[in-house]
Design a protein around this ligand. Structure first.
Ligand code: 5GP
Length: 189
């Protein structure tokens, strides 16, 4: 996606350790116009799928997921990172955080992930695929069906893509980064 790649080059920067900072338009301050274009691009790429529900993980996945859900006119459910004591029929999965270097639980109520639901997962980044695997676990615990996964940015030099490919997951990433070596952003295609 050309506009996204140009924006990453203009306003993104890389930190040592393979972290791409995009706080000025995705992860802290958000650009709603770009986010709308991102939503439209996901809709275009997944237009062959039947989708009943969009799923993401709080917090950074919510903005792109809501754009996709809005355009599809379908509900958007987000996995929470803190277990609310009031949640009914809680499904839980453990995730290792690449950026925070620790484990955390993600949870969702079984009320919102049900058998027969065709679920599209949307998130900001695909790195090692731990968050995506956690989401897949929740979807399967709920008896729902994962139909695809969409990421705004994929860091193709990490293991997530290969991990999800092995599970036969349909993936669409709007910008694929081949390397952040020497703090230089290089795209895969
Ligand atoms: P994974 O579970 O695939 O290793 O990492 C995915 C999650 O970690 C994303 O949802 C995102 O929040 C965070 N993340 C991973 N790599 C980066 C990065 O380079 N920059 C930012 N801003 N977040 C990242």
């Amino acid at each position: 996606m050309k506009a996204l790649k140009e924006r990453i080059l203009k306003d993104g920067y890389s930190l040592p350790g393979g972290i791409l900072k995009v706080d000025s338009f995705i992860n802290h301050q958000m650009d709603p116009i770009l986010m709308e274009e991102i939503g439209e691009e996901f809709i275009r790429r997944f237009s062959d799928l039947q989708i009943d529900k969009v799923m993401t993980i709080e917090a950074s996945g919510i903005a792109p997921a809501i754009m996709v859900g809005y355009l599809l006119k379908k509900p958007v459910v987000f996995a929470k990172k803190k277990k609310p004591s009031t949640m009914k029929g809680m499904l839980v999965s453990k995730v290792f955080s690449f950026t925070k270097n620790c484990n955390y639980d993600i949870c969702v109520s079984s009320e919102y992930l049900q058998s027969g639901d065709k679920v599209l997962f949307i998130d900001d980044f695909l790195a090692n695929g731990n968050a995506a695997k956690g989401a897949m676990d929740l979807i399967s615990q709920g008896g729902a069906e994962l139909v695809g996964m969409g990421f705004i940015i994929e860091k193709s030099f990490q293991d997530g893509r290969a991990l999800l490919d092995r599970d036969g997951v349909r993936i669409e990433s709007l910008a694929r980064i081949a390397s952040l070596d020497d703090c230089q952003i290089r795209f895969a295609e």
